[in-house]
Design a protein. Structure first.
Length: 141
């Protein structure tokens, strides 16, 4: 079995070390466990990957996968998935907000990138109070 999810700009396979894994000849679940996921997460990730194999443009699945990566502190993978969502849907406010939160994490501290995400949301939704407050917080650092 070979499992690959192709994005518009590059191959989006899943790997712990360099994010370019290919699942071959073996259960996907074993590879997911290698990433340190519990059974619950591993099962969910496997289901998400199956959905992405069927439809690489599945925004909901990509956002959930990015969320899981962020929860497991796989920050690079999380950022990459949010970016893929934004390639498919540049106005996706949920992905922009979650990407901004990821960029602003203490482990990441890419505040200018977070600010750009928030400014993009404000272009789409100028009265979004949550975004305005978050942007103020980032700009005060």
């Amino acid at each position: 079995m070979e499992f690959t999810v192709i994005g518009d700009s590059e191959c989006n396979n899943y790997n712990k070390s360099d994010y370019h894994i290919r699942f071959t000849d073996g259960p996907v679940i074993a590879e997911i466990f290698y990433l340190g996921f519990t059974q619950e997460y591993a099962t969910e990730v496997e289901q998400i990957l199956d959905r992405l194999f069927q439809d690489k443009h599945d925004i909901t699945s990509r956002i959930r996968l990015a969320d899981i990566f962020r929860e497991k502190f796989l920050i690079e993978q999380s950022i990459e998935e949010y970016k893929v969502v934004l390639e498919y849907d540049p106005n996706n406010k949920e992905a922009l907000m979650k990407l901004a939160h990821t960029y602003s994490m203490p482990e990441v501290k890419l505040l200018l990138k977070a600010q750009k995400c928030l400014e993009r949301i404000l272009e789409l939704d100028p009265r979004n109070q949550e975004v305005i407050e978050f942007l103020d917080k980032i700009q005060s650092h």
